[in-house]
Ligand binder design. Structure first.
Ligand SMILES: Cc1cc2nc3c(=O)[nH]c(=O)nc-3n(C[C@H](O)[C@H](O)[C@H](O)COP(=O)(O)OP(=O)(O)OC[C@H]3O[C@@H](n4cnc5c(N)ncnc54)[C@H](O)[C@@H]3O)c2cc1C
Length: 378
């Protein structure tokens, strides 16, 4: 049955997405891969970065509609949702920092099935991205070309990506630059990290950049932007996307837990009628409601360009990730042995949700930002 959802100026049929995803996620998780043709198809239909405006070939979703779509996909497959997140981050950075020609060319690419990843983390720069050592240096021979050198870690989706948006220091710094690196350029090596805990089919990669020579037009806006502005832009979109993805995780866990509690009987009593099991269901329901409301609030702040929109994204990610990690553990508790195999939706959620407390600013870094905001404003 068709289930069209109005997303900006386009209608994205979520039933069509459901049909494309089918029962793939457990098998993709086990194989550590999503079929790349499926990713290209979803990319070309605008699902992977739905906020790209119609004039650049995208669906033109507003943040709230994109959030709803992200939660929908997040309930089905966190690996696929992770690919949405990085494609969306790349699009947001191109929109913010690209010049007119870069926006026209690169955003059209991202809505025609080409895939992007985003690289800011490095072995020595995780929570503290000011420690970035990657350099984007002008060659200085009059060609305008740049040489990109560095090592990036945990780059989600890089195994599928046609291009990686690499953040680094421009020249000798302190300013930064974002450069669009084709993964088939000489000097680029992409190595998937083996055996990740969760989001296994998203792929997380080490990316080596060995004097990768690229033309000037690959550097967004010519470079020389403040490094914190570059990574805050990337992280803010990522936080909203991950937060909505966590709402999806909670919805999948709540559905699995209620279905099991209704059908399982022990000691002649339905699980749902054991009051301590009912408490778990109440906790999961509460978590889903809280996460959805804080995400809705953050998306509304983004929609109206509120001054606290960046902090609202941190708040949404912090609340939703914490509830998703706890909620997934609660769901496994409700299902007990029935949820205790790697291919079960709650087991996958349990592994996937843990990552959400680490990425786009860990729980601790989010708490520091929120504490500072509270101290500054109250
Ligand atoms: C599944 C996954 C996907 C990822 N995808 C990407 C991607 O696509 N692109 C990309 O660039 N990166 C990606 N990353 C990297 C991610 O952004 C980093 O892992 C994250 O920033 C944390 O850095 P770290 O792992 O080096 O931990 P560290 O920074 O070493 O932190 C270790 C611990 O110390 C705490 N800590 C650190 N500093 C402070 C402080 N000042 N105060 C209090 N506590 C502190 C942290 O919260 C954490 O608990 C991904 C990581 C994972 C796990």
């Amino acid at each position: 049955m068709s289930n069209p959802t109005a997303i900006g100026s386009t209608v994205i049929d979520t039933a069509e997405i459901d049909a494309l995803i089918g029962d793939g996620p457990a098998a993709w998780d086990a194989a550590g891969r999503i079929p790349v043709e499926l990713l290209r198809k979803l990319g070309a239909s605008g699902v992977l970065c739905a906020e790209i405006p119609a004039r650049f070939g995208g669906p033109g979703a507003d943040p709230l509609a994109n959030g709803a779509l992200t939660a929908h996909v997040g309930a089905l497959c966190s690996s696929l949702r992770s690919i949405m997140t990085v494609q969306g981050i790349a699009a947001a950075a191109i929109r913010r920092f690209g010049d007119r020609e870069q926006r026209r060319r690169l955003l059209a690419d991202l809505t025609s099935g080409r895939l992007a990843a985003v690289a800011f983390s490095e072995p020595g720069a995780g929570s503290d991205l000011s420690g970035m050592a990657t350099r984007i240096r002008p060659v200085g021979d009059g060609s305008g070309d740049v040489l990109v050198t560095g090592e990036k870690m945990w780059i989600t989706g890089a195994a599928y990506a046609d291009v990686i948006l690499v953040l680094g220091l421009h020249g000798e710094g302190p300013d930064g630059a974002a450069v669009v690196v084709p993964t088939d350029a000489p000097g680029v090596t992409v190595e998937p990290v083996p055996n990740p805990l969760g989001c296994r089919a998203a792929t997380h990669c080490r990316v080596l950049l060995d004097e990768v020579r690229l033309p000037a037009e690959t550097v967004l806006g010519g470079g020389r932007q403040p490094l914190p502005l570059l990574f805050t832009t990337a992280l803010s979109y990522g936080r909203m996307s991950v937060a909505w993805g966590c709402v999806g995780i909670l919805r999948a866990c709540l559905a699995a837990a209620t279905a099991d509690a209704r059908s399982r009987e022990q000691g002649g009593v339905r699980s749902a009628d054991h009051q301590l099991v009912a408490r778990h269901i109440a906790e999961l329901y509460t978590s889903e409601r809280i996460a959805a409301q804080v995400c809705r609030y953050a998306s509304e702040q983004w929609q109206r360009g509120a001054t606290d929109m960046g902090v609202a994204a941190v708040l949404a990610k912090q609340v939703a990730a914490t509830h998703a990690a706890r909620g997934a553990a609660v769901a496994v508790q409700v299902l007990a042995s029935r949820g205790y195999t790697d291919d079960h939706v709650v087991a996958r959620a349990y592994r996937d949700a843990k990552a959400m407390e680490l990425i786009e600013g860990s729980t601790e870094i989010s708490q520091l930002i929120l504490a500072q905001h509270a101290l500054d404003t109250t």
